[in-house]
Design a binder for this molecule. Structure first.
Ligand code: SF4
Length: 89
């Protein structure tokens, strides 16, 4: 999957779930690059802005999209930890 396809899938995922991709395209672009780099390095689409600890459990938590609605940043800032997905205005 290339970057354009990945962003399209994220967009559909966000629309289906009543939130949105960050309107700042440069932010979306940066996260997409990070996720795709992680896929090349580790074979999984892992979050680019949180740290791995080498365990499978942690890797599963970091699969993007993650369970970000349970994170503090969703309640406090209205966005996932990386700012990829944001609440609708
Ligand atoms: S915090 Fe955002 S970018 Fe990171 S894995 Fe979760 S949804 Fe993806």
């Amino acid at each position: 999957m290339n970057k354009e396809q990945l962003i399209k899938v994220w967009k559909m995922f966000a629309e289906k779930n009543n939130f949105q991709l960050n309107p700042d395209n440069s932010m979306v672009d940066m996260v997409a690059d990070g996720v795709l780099n992680n896929e090349k390095k580790h074979g999984m689409k892992l979050c680019p802005c949180r740290l791995r600890d080498g365990t499978r459990e942690r890797d599963l938590e970091l699969l993007c999209p993650c369970n970000f609605k349970t994170h503090k940043t969703w309640e406090e800032k209205g966005m996932c930890h990386c700012g990829l997905f944001v609440k609708k205005e």
